[in-house]
Design a protein around this ligand. Structure first.
Ligand SMILES: *Cc1c(COP(=O)(O)O)cnc(C)c1O
Length: 492
């Protein structure tokens, strides 16, 4: 299996090893398979397998030249998860099914990929005889950073540098991120938003001078963002796992179509769902759910992507994004692998802040994707509705998905069973959840909020949540976005 950049018109092929280690293509594009796999498999058999075996199968479809995938999948999905099913699906709750992706060590779905990426990278480095030290450079809207720090902590031959928006993440997210300690870990706050962090990280990545300097030091950048194909592919697994669980619950028979609703920011999670559909999983619609930074809702509805608008900090901060990087991979398919068009669109996005797709492409997109958004108040109301109906706590990001699903179902009367991706634990955002279910005017914050929220929960606290109480946050380093380049070079 070879990979190529979405922006390279010569379609030069890179092997999986290099694609995983590099993370981003040098031309600023994203790695995609040269020939997307069309595996021959029996769906009924595959979905009966334990999570680790489904993961191994999915890894093998894309990274078949890596040996040791079985060990990689076993280690990625071992005892650091608090449930053997790894991503359990709830019974029907208020009309839909919630796929809980937050049972890993840092309480958000990012763990699913970032427990696997270090394993895949280790194999790629060993088998590619790559002697360089890997510098994982990551911009985070809150959850990727912590999951990357946790995943790569104490991994030999790796350093991690994480940039997060100083005022754009929740108190628990910050506590958790600053609580990750290890000699190879660096955490830096910036006085800017996620888009600024992500743009700079891409610039640092693609700066030829810095690349050269690193090469001389026997170092090399890589990415833990969903721009890295090695992070994206592991996320495909849980779409298959969810389908299997729905079959076992007796909701569907093998072969029947279902919908997935995905709280979306950088478009990584939902792209993994689209890849699952391409791989033959019977998916009817993928519902792209945004918060009030609803660039994607507008895009799917009108065919115009327009990031020229005010960036809003919301109660679902991990989705506060105006430039959704992974959309580029979808466009690449929509334009039938025409790298020239992708180049043109991405240049327009950079210079003019907007681009428009053709009516045919727009129609193609609408055949698979539906889209909608929720305001902060609608998020609160949805958390409350689900709690009142089912005593089930959802986090604000999951609430975005849940709200948009309700709205979509009411508007379209689409009767397919719908799986809503529950992307974070409610305990990661306890203030918002408490205010929603309890209407307190002066709710407690941070750890105190967790303790109060626990009283409303029918289930005991998980190990991951309890760990928050023993984390010892480091002192924080904060810089302005223009200082990011020198800071990286200093730290590593
Ligand atoms: C990252 C994140 C999202 C958005 O996922 P993308 O892959 O960036 O679209 C949604 N919810 C939570 C809790 C997240 O951490």
């Amino acid at each position: 299996m070879k990979f190529r950049s979405t922006r390279d018109v010569t379609a030069q092929a890179t092997d999986a090893l290099a694609a995983i280690i590099q993370g981003l293509a040098v031309d600023g594009g994203l790695f995609v398979p040269v020939a997307f796999p069309h595996p021959n498999y029996d769906l009924a058999t595959l979905i009966q397998q334990p999570y680790q075996l489904i993961a191994q199968q999915v890894f093998g479809w894309f990274f078949n030249e890596l040996s040791g995938l079985e060990v990689a999948a076993t280690k990625a999905y071992g005892s650091q998860w608090d449930t053997p099913s790894i991503t359990p699906l709830t019974k029907q709750i208020a009309g839909n099914y919630y796929l809980e992706l937050f049972h890993g060590p840092t309480l958000a779905f990012k763990d699913v990929a970032l427990q696997a990426l270090p394993q895949l990278m280790r194999l790629a480095k060993e088998q590619g005889r790559n002697p360089n030290e890997t510098i994982i450079l990551t911009a985070t809207s809150g959850d990727t950073g912590t999951a990357a720090l946790r995943g790569f902590k104490n991994i030999l031959g790796t350093q991690v540098v994480v940039f997060y928006p100083q005022d754009g993440i929740s108190p628990i997210q910050k506590l958790q991120m600053l609580g990750q300690t290890g000699a190879n870990l660096h955490v830096v706050g910036i006085t800017g938003n996620f888009d600024q962090a992500q743009t700079r990280v891409k610039q640092i990545f693609n700066n030829p001078q810095i690349r050269q300097q690193l090469a001389q030091q026997k170092q090399q950048f890589s990415s833990a963002n969903s721009m890295n194909i090695g992070r994206l592919i592991p996320q495909i697994t849980y779409y298959f796992s969810a389908y299997g669980q729905l079959v076992r619950q007796g909701v569907i028979k093998v072969g029947e179509k279902i919908n997935f609703s995905v709280p979306t920011g950088n478009f990584g999670d939902i792209l993994a769902g689209y890849y699952a559909k391409k791989l033959g999983l019977p998916i009817h619609k993928l519902i792209c759910a945004s918060n009030v930074n609803h660039v994607l809702t507008d895009f799917f509805q009108t065919g115009t992507y327009d990031r020229q608008r005010k960036f809003q900090v919301t109660n679902a901060p991990s989705m506060d994004i105006l430039v959704s990087s992974n959309l580029e991979r979808l466009l690449f398919d929509a334009y039938r692998q025409d790298a020239e068009v992708i180049n043109k669109l991405m240049q327009q996005l950079q210079s003019q802040g907007t681009y428009q797709v053709t009516p045919q492409v727009h129609k193609w997109l609408q055949a698979t994707f539906a889209a909608g958004y929720a305001t902060p108040n609608q998020v609160q109301a949805e958390i409350r509705r689900v709690y009142e109906q089912a005593n089930y706590l959802i986090d604000p990001h999951t609430a975005v998905g849940s709200f948009v699903t309700q709205q979509y179902q009411a508007q379209t009367n689409d009767q397919h069973p719908c799986v809503i991706l529950a992307t974070a634990s409610p305990y990661k955002f306890p203030e918002t959840v408490l205010t929603a279910i309890n209407s307190q005017t002066n709710p407690p914050s941070g750890l105190a909020a967790i303790e109060t929220l626990a009283k409303f929960d029918t289930k005991p606290l998980t190990t991951g949540v309890k760990e928050l109480f023993v984390d010892q946050p480091q002192s924080q380093l904060t810089i302005a976005p223009p200082e990011m380049t020198t800071t990286v070079l200093d730290l590593i």
